[in-house]
Design a protein around this ligand. Structure first.
Ligand code: SF4
Ligand code: SF4
Length: 376
């Protein structure tokens, strides 16, 4: 299949994940917010940002608890809502007296409708990028897909981006709509909601929020104002034409980038677009379970073969893999931009200040000045 056809299919897959509806804007008086949430609880499990100690995390919102929208971004991304950090897949018994001894039984899970309120546009776009891995022509991950199908994504436009956000040069933005069913914007004593999909329409009806509003201008002015606040950028224009082998082989550059890394894995765990996992069996007494856990290409044992050989046995190789995957292999394979939405979490939380913006700029310099000349 030629690369043009692969790109067409990739974009089709992204677009299939949204069933466009006639876009409309609805006003939600803040006085009616909590009443609407109560109505929603009859049809959805609600999840939203909650402050714990100094940071916000996505948590299920019990009756009487509203999402706390007074936040920049959550400490960990929203990927865990569809793709939990640890997920039981099967259970079994090792008790030979039991009839189902040694049989794997699928663990029952709750795929009832849920809605995530206040997801930032960068995290929603990240779900679309991750979907490229879990929903392919050859492989459909049943756990990820069932959870994704059950989820309605209600975004909150980002009017106060952090100094580390660089979404506007990473294929995203503070009012970006990709991956969202509804986009909310704070408008003083009301929220205005752009309803983007049929899922979003059903959500708004269930809440009883149906009053139309002439607020397109709020979205347009809010978008421009928020974009102007984003001063952090990355250069990506030349990545596609960069020579993969030359980039991979520049040991001096990778030595410099990886020198201070302690392979803690923080960058991968907080990242909304990192999708690697490991499957493990855990047995307690005679009861066993097979689980899927997030894993990290930064960990030394991630690639160890059963022979003991490790193809990525050094820190340099692991750091190189993380950045080559996000900024070069993904770009080459999907032609859907970089595998990063510019949320800035890894920049903020890396304990030794390794900065993907610097790495991206270094890699981008490898691109041909005239990509057409190289590709043609
Ligand atoms: S967070 Fe920083 S130190 Fe930790 S693995 Fe990532 S790059 Fe290395
Ligand atoms: S690589 Fe860093 S900035 Fe990019 S999406 Fe992941 S955590 Fe956010």
């Amino acid at each position: 299949m030629d690369s043009h056809r692969i790109n067409q299919l990739t974009h089709q897959r992204i677009n299939q994940s949204r069933r466009d509806t006639d876009m409309k804007i609805v006003a939600i008086d803040k006085k009616d917010w909590e009443k609407g949430l109560d109505r929603l609880r009859e049809a959805y499990r609600l999840i939203g940002p909650v402050k714990e100690d100094r940071y916000h995390y996505f948590r299920e919102l019990p009756q009487g608890q509203a999402p706390d929208f007074d936040f920049f971004n959550t400490r960990i991304s929203a990927k865990e809502i569809v793709y939990p950090q640890s997920e039981d897949l099967f259970e079994y018994t090792l008790d030979e007296t039991k009839e189902d001894y040694h049989l794997l039984k699928e663990v029952e899970k709750d795929y009832s409708p849920k809605a995530v309120l206040g997801i930032r546009p960068c995290d929603a776009k990240a779900v679309e990028l991750v979907k490229l891995n879990f929903d392919t022509d050859d492989y459909k991950d049943p756990y990820w897909l069932r959870a994704w199908e059950a989820t309605t994504f209600v975004g909150l436009a980002c009017d106060s981006p952090c100094s580390t956000c660089f979404c506007t040069t990473a294929g995203c933005g503070p009012y970006h709509e990709e991956g969202l069913d509804v986009l909310l914007a704070d408008d003083g004593d009301r929220y205005v909601a752009k309803v983007l999909t049929e899922k979003g329409e059903n959500f708004m009806k269930a809440a009883g929020w149906t009053e139309g509003a002439e607020a397109e201008a709020r979205f347009e002015s809010g978008k421009s104002a928020a974009e102007e606040k984003i001063v952090s950028t990355v250069s990506t224009e030349k990545l596609r034409s960069a020579d993969t082998l030359a980039l991979h082989g520049n040991e001096e550059m990778w030595e410099d980038i990886s020198f201070s890394c302690i392979n803690c894995g923080t960058c991968t765990f907080v990242c909304p677009t990192c999708w690697c996992f490991d499957i493990q069996d855990e047995v307690h007494g005679k009861q066993g379970r097979r689980m899927r856990n997030w894993d990290s290409c930064m960990f030394p044992i991630f690639t160890v073969h059963t022979t003991g050989h490790n193809p990525r046995g050094t820190k340099l190789q692991r750091v190189r893999q993380r950045f080559m995957h996000k900024l070069k292999y993904f770009v080459d394979k999907y032609d859907a931009g970089i595998m990063c939405v510019g949320c800035g979490r890894c920049v903020q939380q890396c304990p030794v200040n390794i900065d993907i913006r610097r790495v991206c700029d270094l890699m981008d310099r490898y691109g041909a000045t005239d990509a057409c000349a190289v590709e043609g």
